[in-house]
Design a protein around this ligand. Structure first.
Ligand code: NAD
Ligand code: ZN
Length: 347
């Protein structure tokens, strides 16, 4: 089969690899029909994720058709269309019992990281019963594939950790796929205002089309002042950090109102300065963490009920065989005005 293979920092190729085989009775083999590229894949390619080995097939987002199941798999069967979770979880360990699936003692974030991933014609999914979701045959695959990672991440680590509540003023810093997923899912809680802050005017325009009530250029020198003035001097109830650099984490600390929440979603490669004195005296709650994907069934229900339209994140479409070109587009996301680049097998 063909797959997108990592060959050390800066090197990737679309090449022939052996088709995966069942290794454990809890495994399933899935034929990929739709997959996408994530910002995390670009981090891996830069060499920022040192555990990823030369020869690894990348990708942790996907929808496909089950081709084989191990003897212990009972929730999905051959021929089923499934959504693949970016988190593989055994469902039985102490962490899984607390819905902390990313800390699963037997799985966690392993797909396209520690084991071969979804940017391929076929993938082996460990713990298929608790790491895939059966979909109707006519499911909108472009909507569903957004539920592998970006929607659970924006929702769980941004909106739920930030405790967005009716009437809140919410600021989201970073209008990438994750920040935009937070923007869309925050609307489920009827906030009074949704401010989106980014450097990229194209992404701010997308944010407006997805429901941001105000967008602010992060590059302006008076960005803190502008946000404080906009909120009558108080600041925002919830600040969601979806970039992952010290400056944007600091911005969240500057703009959050007394009693408010900071939800840090961004992955920080460098230490940030924690203004504990400032946070303490204003009773700020700070939360952060890895996505667990415990919210996926809820998100699936909301999509089915027509309350969420994740397919709107898809801006570019390629055939699976055009993977190298799709990476070029996604790597130049700002110039290409790309949010999510979706690949369809046989499309
Ligand atoms: P992305 O790179 O596509 O988007 C980041 C956005 O931030 C871009 O639109 C960029 O223009 C903007 N930006 C850059 N510098 C800025 C600044 N100084 N001020 C304001 N905006 C700025 O990233 P993404 O895929 O949307 O992911 C966002 C973050 O979430 C990343 O750090 C990613 O690693 C992280 N992430 C976390 C989890 C988790 O489990 N917590 C899961 C997935 C991704
Ligand atoms: Zn587990």
């Amino acid at each position: 089969m063909k797959a997108l293979v990592y060959h050390g920092p800066g090197k990737r190729s679309w090449e022939e690899k052996p088709k995966p085989k069942l290794q454990e009775p809890t495994d399933a083999i899935v034929r990929i029909t739709t997959t996408t590229i994530c910002g995390t894949d670009l981090h891996i390619l830069k060499g920022d994720v040192p555990e990823v080995e030369d020869g690894r097939i990348l990708g942790h987002e996907g929808v496909g058709i089950v081709e084989e199941v191990g003897s212990a798999v009972s929730n999905v069967a051959v021929g089923d269309k499934v959504l693949i979770s970016c988190i593989s979880s055994c469902g039985r360990c102490d962490f899984c019992k607390r819905s902390m699936y990313s800390h699963c003692r037997n799985g966690g974030w392993i797909l396209g990281h520690l084991i071969d991933g979804t940017q391929a014609e076929h993938v082996r999914i460990p713990f298929a019963d608790t790491s895939t979701y059966r979909l109707p045959k006519d499911a909108n695959e472009e909507a569903m594939v957004m539920l592998s990672d970006i929607f659970p991440t924006g929702f769980e680590v941004g909106v739920l950790n930030g405790e967005v509540a009716p009437g809140d003023v919410v600021a989201i810093v970073g209008a990438g796929p994750i920040g935009l997923a937070a923007l869309v899912t925050a609307q489920l809680y009827s906030p009074a205002e949704l401010l989106m802050i980014d450097l990229d005017p194209n992404r701010l325009e997308v944010a407006r089309s997805l429901g941001a009530t105000k967008t602010i250029d992060a590059g302006r020198p008076d960005v803190v002042k502008a946000i404080l003035e906009h909120t009558g001097g108080d600041g925002v109830d919830v600040a969601i950090e979806a970039v992952g650099i010290p400056a944007t984490f600091d911005l969240c600390q500057q703009i959050v109102a007394a009693g408010g929440h900071i939800a840090n979603v961004g992955v920080h490669g460098k230490p940030v300065q924690l203004e504990l004195q400032k946070l303490w005296i204003r009773n700020i709650t700070l939360r952060t963490g890895l996505v667990d994907t415990f919210s996926t069934p809820r998100l699936l229900d909301m999509v089915n009920a027509g309350k969420l339209e994740p397919a709107r994140m898809a801006t570019h479409r390629y055939a699976l065989t055009e993977m190298m070109k799709a990476y070029d587009t996604f790597a130049a996301a700002s110039r290409e005005r790309a949010i999510k680049v979706v690949l369809h097998a046989g499309g």
